[in-house]
Design a protein around this ligand. Structure first.
Ligand code: ADP
Length: 625
C-alpha cells in the first residue's frame, strides 16, 4: 500500500521528443487512477517512468515518502501488467507466476501459498499446469495479473491490459479488475485509450493530450465540468455536439444565436460564470451539449434539424440529424452541422422528418472560440469592474475611493476604464460593501456571488461569510489588470520574479575525497546551489550546463534587502496605495521588490536563499528543479 507523488515530471527522449510535460499529481493510497488519452499522448511513458523502465528527465517521483527517481525497478515495490501479457511461453502458468518470486529467493512453500492464493482469486486454479499458448486471451491476461499479484506490490501499474480482448471479455475483465482493486486495497494506476474503461474503473482520471495533462478529476466531474473542448469531446459517447454561437445578454435572459440562424433563450443564471465580454452578441463562442441533454420535439423549440439516420438500440435510440430542413446529398464529409441526439422511448420519428432539438439549459457547456477552454470555470478567472474617474478619485461599486499613483501614471487623462480583478484579489476590507447572493463550495474554497447592480462579482471568502449578508471588502490593486478600449494599460503583478543567470561547479578536496559544489550566479552574485539540484541540472544538460543560461525564479516575498548580495539600482517606485514596489535594475535583469512607505534608497543589495529558487531551462520550456 502506498501513496505516490509526481512533481513536475518531464520526459524528453534522446531524439528530442518531448513526451511528457510538467505532470504533477498526488495519488492517495488505494486510489484507482486512470491515465487516458489518444495514442501518443504520453500515458505509457508516464507509467513506465513510475515503474522505473524509463528514466525521468526532470521532476521528482515519490512512492510513499521515498524519492525513487534513481531507484532500480525491482526495488520500487511496484508490479506492472502489460498489454502483451509478456508471459514466458515455455513455462506453465504456475512457473510463470512463481518465476519472479524464485528470483527473489523466496522459500518454495511460501511461493506455493502465494501462487495458489492468486490463482484462486483469479479463477485459474485449473490451469496451473498449462502453458500460456493453450489458453485464451482472457485467461492469459489473468495469468499476467496473477504474476503481479503474487508479488504483493505497493502499487499496480497496468498498461492497456484489456486491449487485446474482445468487447464482451473486456467488459467482464473490467469488473474483475475493479473488484480485485477493492479486495486488494492497493493503489492502481491504469493506462487506457478507452474512455469507457476510464470512466467505469477510475476513482480519478487524468486526461492527457500531446504530452500535457488536460484535467485530473473524478469521472463525474469530467463529464459535468470538462475544462476544455478536448476533454468535453473525449469523455462521453456518443460525443458531445459542438456549435459556433454568439451570446447576447438582456437582463435575466441570454439569447443564443446559432450560425444557421436558429435562436434559443437561456436564463442568465445558467451562464452567470461566463465573463460579461462574451455576452455582448458579437463574440463567437463554442457551445457544447451532450446527445442525452437534447430534447426532440416537433413544436418548433430549439435547433431545427432533419433526421438523417436512426439507430434503435432497444433501451435507447441514437438520432442523427443535419441542421436545416433539407437532407443534403449523401456525403461522408462532415460539414460541421451534424447533431446527435440520444432519446429514450421515442418511436414517432423517421428519417427525413424535420424536428427540433432543445438543449436542457443547465447542461450547456461554453468554450472560448480560440483557446477552447471552458467559459464556466468553477472559479471564474476574472471579474470585470467598470470604473469612472476624475483622475484623483475612482468610482466603482457605488463607491468613490482614492486612485493609486500607479493607475494615475498609466491612465493619463483616461476617465473610463475597466479593472479586471481575479477573485483572489478581493479581500476582506473596508472600501466596498455588497450583498452576498449565494455561496458555492468549490473544492475547499468558498466562492461568493456578490450582487453588483444585477451582475455578479465573484470573491473567495472565509467560512464565516453568510448568504444574504453584506460583505465588506477591498481590492488588491497590484493584482488587477487595467483595461481601456480593449488595451491593457497595466498588468497584474506576479508573485514571482525571474532572473537569467549561469550555472557553475567547483571541485573541492574534502576529507580525502573530491566533492562537487554547484553554484547559481546572477549578474555576478554567486549562490551555492543545493547539491541535489546541481546534479539534476548536470544530469539533464551535461557539460553544456556550464555554458547554458537558466531562468531562476523566486517568490518576491523571499527576496530581502541586505548588506551584501545582488547589486542593483532603484529606478522607479510603484505606489499601489495598499502596497509599494521598487523597480530595480541589476546588470542584466530587472525585478520588483516590496518596499516600505519610507524607503528612499538609490542602490540596494538583494539577498535570497538558493533553496527557494526554482530553476527552468531556457532551451526548452521545462522546470528542472
Ligand atoms: P501513449 O502511451 O499515450 O500512446 P507514449 O507514452 O507511448 O504514448 O508516447 C508519447 C510520445 O513519445 C509519442 O509521441 C511517442 O512517439 C514518443 N515516444 C515513445 N517512446 C519513445 C522512444 N523510445 N523514443 C522516442 N520517442 C518515443
Amino acid at each position: 500500500m502506498a501513496n505516490l507523488k509526481l512533481s513536475h515530471i518531464y520526459k524528453v527522449y534522446d531524439n528530442g521528443q518531448k513526451a511528457v510535460n510538467d505532470f504533477s499529481i498526488d495519488i492517495e493510497d488505494q486510489e484507482f487512477i486512470v491515465f487516458v488519452g489518444p495514442s501518443g499522448c504520453g500515458k505509457s511513458t508516464t507509467l513506465r517512468m513510475i515503474a522505473g523502465l524509463e528514466s525521468i528527465t526532470a521532476g521528482d517521483l515519490f512512492i510513499g515518502d521515498t524519492l525513487v527517481n534513481d531507484m532500480e525497478p525491482k526495488d520500487r515495490d511496484v508490479a506492472m501488467v502489460f498489454q502483451s501479457y509478456a508471459l514466458y511461453p515455455h513455462m506453465t502458468v504456475y512457473e510463470n507466476m512463481a518465476f519472479g518470486l524464485r528470483n527473489r529467493k523466496m522459500p518454495e512453500d511460501e511461493i506455493k501459498q502465494r501462487v495458489m492464493k492468486a490463482a484462486k482469486m483469479l479463477d485459474i486454479e485449473d490451469y496451473l499446469d498449462r502453458q500460456p499458448r493453450a489458453m485464451s486471451g482472457g485467461q492469459r491476461q489473468r495469468v499476467a495479473l496473477g504474476r503481479a499479484l503474487v508479488r504483493d506490490p505497493k502499487v499496480f501499474l497496468l498498461d492497456e491490459p484489456l486491449s487485446n480482448l474482445d468487447a464482451k471479455l473486456r467488459s467482464t475483465m473490467r469488473s474483475e479488475i475493479t473488484a480485485l482493486h477493492k479486495s486488494l486495497k492497493t493503489t492502481f494506476i491504469y493506462v487506457t485509450h478507452d474512455q469507457v474503461e476510464a470512466m467505469t474503473m477510475g476513482t480519478r482520471i487524468v486526461v492527457m493530450k500531446l504530452g500535457y495533462v488536460q484535467q485530473i478529476d473524478t469521472p463525474m466531474n469530467l463529464y459535468n465540468q470538462p475544462y476544455n473542448k478536448f476533454v468535453a469531446g473525449f469523455i462521453g459517447s456518443p460525443q458531445m455536439n459542438f456549435f459556433d454561437v454568439t451570446l447576447k445578454r438582456d437582463k435575466d435572459n441570454v439569447e443564443v444565436s446559432f450560425d444557421k440562424g436558429d435562436k434559443i433563450n437561456i436564463s442568465y443564471e445558467d451562464v452567470s460564470k461566463v465573463h460579461d465580454s462574451y455576452l455582448t452578441g458579437d463574440k463567437k463562442v463554442i457551445l457544447g451539449i451532450r446527445p442525452e441533454h437534447l430534447i426532440l420535439n416537433k413544436d418548433g423549440n430549439g435547433l431545427k434539424l432533419v433526421i438523417s439516420n436512426i439507430e434503435r438500440l432497444g433501451n435507447e435510440t441514437i438520432v442523427y440529424g443535419k441542421l436545416g430542413d433539407k437532407l443534403q446529398e449523401f456525403s461522408l464529409k462532415d460539414e460541421g452541422d451534424s447533431v446527435v441526439v440520444k432519446v429514450v422511448e421515442q418511436d414517432d420519428i423517421n428519417i427525413g422528418d424535420v424536428v427540433y432539438a432543445l438543449p436542457n439549459n443547465n447542461k450547456i457547456h461554453l468554450f472560448d472560440h480560440d483557446t477552447e477552454i471552458t467559459l464556466m470555470n468553477k472559479i471564474p478567472e476574472y471579474n470585470t469592474i467598470h470604473v469612472s474617474s476624475d483622475l484623483e478619485k475612482m468610482n466603482l461599486i457605488n463607491t468613490s475611493i482614492n486612485m493609486p499613483e500607479v493607475f494615475k501614471n498609466v491612465l493619463k487623462d483616461i476617465k473610463q476604464f475597466d479593472l479586471s480583478v481575479p477573485p483572489h484579489a478581493i479581500v476582506k476590507g473596508n472600501d466596498f460593501k455588497l450583498k452576498v447572493v449565494k455561496i458555492e463550495k468549490v473544492d475547499d474554497k468558498n466562492l461568493a456571488y456578490l450582487d453588483n447592480n444585477g451582475s455578479y462579482i465573484f470573491a473567495l471568502v472565509d467560512d464565516d461569510v453568510k448568504e444574504n449578508e453584506e460583505y465588506s471588502f477591498s481590492i488588491c490593486n497590484e493584482k488587477v489588470n487595467l483595461i481601456s478600449d480593449n488595451k491593457q494599460l497595466l498588468k497584474q503583478i506576479d508573485d514571482y520574479e525571474e532572473f537569467i543567470g549561469d550555472f557553475s561547479k567547483t571541485e573541492v578536496r574534502e576529507n580525502k575525497e573530491n566533492v562537487l559544489h554547484f553554484f547559481y550566479s546572477i549578474d555576478g552574485y554567486k549562490l551555492e546551489a543545493p547539491r541535489e539540484n546541481g546534479y539534476k541540472i548536470n544530469s539533464i544538460d551535461g557539460d553544456d550546463s556550464y555554458k547554458n543560461t537558466y531562468k531562476y525564479c523566486i517568490k518576491r516575498n523571499d527576496i530581502k534587502l541586505a548588506d551584501e548580495g545582488l547589486y542593483g539600482e532603484v529606478f522607479e517606485i510603484l505606489d499601489y496605495g495598499n502596497v509599494r514596489f521598487a523597480r530595480i535594475k541589476t546588470k542584466s535583469n530587472e525585478v520588483l521588490i516590496n518596499v516600505d512607505r519610507d524607503f528612499d534608497k538609490k542602490n540596494v543589495n538583494l539577498a535570497f536563499d538558493s533553496k527557494d529558487i526554482l530553476v527552468y531551462s531556457t532551451k526548452i520550456d521545462m522546470r528542472i528543479c
